[in-house]
Design a protein around this ligand. Structure first.
Ligand code: GCO
Ligand code: MG
Length: 398
């Protein structure tokens, strides 16, 4: 029996985001696995969860028992289904799938059920200060071969210039939900007329609208035939999906903020969304994501796993192996990693003509240059962009 010998978290920040990768070493010399545990806003809490709580509990266990270890890791802390512990468990889970693939001499997608497609279509991000800047960026991306482009204007929540704030408001990331709909409708109208109907447009509301305004916004967007509209509501307002769904055919994507099965189960069984968008490490790794994909497939719902720059390349690899297998793959978000990230994580694929391909190497097919990772430690600055506020200073969900 090959046993878990050590479990530790590697924290590194090659770009904007703090990345957390769990390395599980085994009793077999040279055999190790990597898993993504990236929760960029609480990276140090995840590191403690991995090294102070999971490592002592897991050392000496059988690396082959992925499901049993996942179940016991979730139960072992008693309170469960939260973002920090889920990410810690994900790091171990993905590493164990990586190890099992290496031992079997197979890529992880083979262990899931084999290829269902040749490649995974991706979407990339276009943003700008005005509709023409967004359009210019979108055209650059389509010229690179991408056929799915997420279009935002002024970042999440829209442009903040010209907001009338009381003189005493505290510092923060201000936006006005009431300006958002008209501004974004104008931008998307310009984009559709610029790129035509041959390009798939996506948009992320990022939970920035009051629910009833999100209903109106989605209805107004129907004419533009988006590939999907993401996070029209905050998870806490998921009860509004049934209201929206009865009035509107704009495809809906939700899930990056989900941690708990109670969040996605009703949206899937009610056919209230079209794409599940979970951050795979946020729900606990490949093991639960495989289950969610199969469950969603039974209701005609597709996958669109969260894939921002605050998913590590190991996490992107896990997304990709799930995408190769899942019968209901929809689309894969791609953050266009930096050259430093590619250097730090050998094996990370580059899109070709808008598609991502896995190699046929064993496991997840991703390595890490630990020396280079150590040269880019995670900063400890206080996150600013998530300190979002309405114009009067009211705290708002980011
Ligand atoms: C997306 C997401 C991200 C999040 C980020 C939070 O659709 O990719 O909304 O951009 O904002 O992952 O840290
Ligand atoms: Mg999003």
């Amino acid at each position: 029996m090959v046993k878990i010998a050590d479990v530790r978290a590697i924290l590194t920040q090659p770009g904007r985001a703090r990345l957390t990768v769990v390395k599980v070493t085994t009793s077999e010399p040279g055999l190790f696995g990597l898993g993504c545990a990236t929760f960029t806003q609480r990276a140090f809490a995840v590191q403690a969860a991995v090294e102070r709580h999971l490592a002592p509990f897991l050392t000496g266990r059988d690396v082959d028992r992925i499901e049993e270890i996942w179940q016991m890791s979730m139960n072992h802390g008693y309170w469960r289904n939260g973002p920090v512990l889920n990410n810690a468990v994900s790091g171990v889970d993905q590493a164990l799938w990586d190890i099992k693939g290496k031992r079997a001499g197979m890529p992880v997608y083979q262990l899931l059920g084999g290829r269902t497609r040749e490649a995974a279509a991706t979407y990339v991000h276009a943003d700008g200060r005005d509709p023409q800047e967004v359009a210019d960026r979108a055209v650059e991306l389509t010229d690179q071969g991408f056929r799915h482009v997420r279009v935002q204007m002024g970042g999440y929540g829209g442009p903040a210039d010209g907001l009338r704030l009381p003189p005493t408001v505290p510092s923060g990331n201000y936006f006005d939900p009431r300006r958002y709909g008209p501004a974004m409708l104008g931008m998307i109208d310009h984009l559709r007329s610029t790129v035509g109907d041959g390009i798939e447009l996506l948009h992320d509301v990022h939970e920035r609208l009051h629910p009833i305004d999100a209903v109106q916004f989605a209805k107004d967007l129907e004419q533009y035939r988006l590939f999907f509209l993401e996070d029209p509501f905050a998870p806490e307002d998921a009860g509004w999906f049934s209201t929206l769904r009865r009035q509107c055919a704009t495809p809906l994507a939700m899930g990056e903020l989900f941690n708990n099965p109670h969040e996605w189960r009703p949206l899937i069984t009610g056919r209230l969304i079209d794409f599940v968008r979970m951050h795979v490490s946020q729900i606990g790794g490949i093991t639960p994501a495989r289950g969610v994909a199969s469950f969603a497939a039974m209701f005609g719902i597709r996958t669109a796993w969260h894939g921002p720059d605050d998913t590590s390349p190991v996490g992107h690899a896990a997304n990709l192996h799930l995408n190769m297998w899942a019968p209901n793959f929809g689309i894969q978000e791609w953050p266009q990693p930096s050259d430093l990230t590619y250097e730090m994580f050998p094996g990370l694929p580059r899109p070709v003509d808008g598609y991502l391909y896995t190699g046929d190497g064993p496991g997840l097919g991703i390595g890490i240059d630990e020396k280079l990772a150590a040269e880019h430690p995670c900063d400890e600055t206080v996150e600013q962009w998530t300190q979002t506020r309405l114009p009067d200073g009211t705290p708002a969900r980011p």
